[in-house]
Design a protein around this ligand. Structure first.
Ligand code: KIV
Length: 284
């Protein structure tokens, strides 16, 4: 069996110039398949609010939601690093609350690390969590939990003050002990400059090929959604049409009596049949 991926592996991969492949996972069977495929890290992202729960943003997702899904994922895998997302406000109220919430994701959920959206203002919180033994993945650029404050899901880092703020943030977060940083919806040139500046790996989503790794949302990359697909997505499968096609065949089979067939049916053994025969008669 291949060795487990740890935060140390992330650093070693950056140093060796090996790219990190991360995918979101929210349940047991999916996590198992992604492990089998050799994915290095699984993110139990609050994107589950949109792709699993059918919400229009990630804001309604709760810590208990993340915990519920993290348990399923960690139960399934031994090799990938499992990172649990800190949902809206779970890392904003106080350092103590953040510590308690992150601690639950690790202790009760079995996560190996947590991810937090936010900039330099989180540096002290990250430092405290790392001191307590909780590895933190930072997340800058487009931070979907702030969608209402940002005014939409737009690319971040096109203007000087914005980029300066982002550079200050990633520097502060690295110094505070974050082991990696997600760069979401950031122009490729900016993401590449950040990647070169940091010793910790950058994981891009809509941030170009210059990052140290990439992350995609499972439902988007597998074509398992009828909702909005972001421009940065690459679709590797067409699960939605496969499922619709299969379900149509099932409906048709039920209608025509093709299902269940003899292979899916249990029959009485001759002795059982003989004993029950009188009861099986329609006029009994
Ligand atoms: O919640 C999520 O899936 C994420 C990724 C898009 C990075 O935060």
């Amino acid at each position: 069996m291949a060795k487990s991926v740890t935060v140390r592996t992330f650093l070693n991969m950056k140093q060796a110039g090996e790219k990190i492949a991360m995918v979101t996972a929210y349940d047991y069977p999916t996590a198992k398949l992604l492990e089998e495929a050799g994915v290095h890290a699984l993110l139990v992202g609050d994107s589950l609010g949109m792709v699993v729960q059918g919400q229009s943003t990630t804001v309604p997702v709760t810590l208990d939601d993340i915990l519920y899904h993290t348990r399923m994922v960690t139960r399934a895998v031994t090799r990938p690093l499992v990172v649990a997302d800190m949902p809206f406000l779970s890392n904003q109220i106080s350092i103590e609350t953040t510590l308690r919430n992150a601690g639950r994701l690790m202790q009760e959920g079995g996560a190996h690390a947590v991810k937090m959206e936010g900039g330099a203002e989180l540096a002290d919180t990250v430092h405290r969590l790392v001191q307590a033994g909780i590895p933190v993945m930072a997340h800058v650029g487009l931070t979907p939990q702030s969608v209402h404050a940002l005014g939409g899901f737009a690319v971040q880092g096109r203007k000087l003050p914005e980029v300066e703020r982002m550079l200050d943030a990633v520097t502060a977060l690295e110094q505070s002990g974050a082991f990696a940083v997600v760069l979401e919806a950031v122009p490729a040139e900016v993401a590449e400059a950040i990647t070169k500046r940091l010793t910790i790996p950058t994981i891009g989503i809509g941030a170009g090929a210059g990052c140290d790794g990439q992350v995609l949302v499972f439902h988007d990359m597998m074509g398992y959604t009828s909702g909005y697909i972001p421009k940065h997505n690459k679709q590797y499968a067409t699960l939605a049409s496969t499922i619709v096609q299969a379900a149509k065949s099932y409906v048709q089979d039920v209608a025509t009596g093709q299902f269940p067939g003899p292979d899916q049916t249990v029959y009485l053994k001759p002795a059982e049949r003989a004993e029950l025969e009188p009861l099986l008669q329609p006029n009994h």
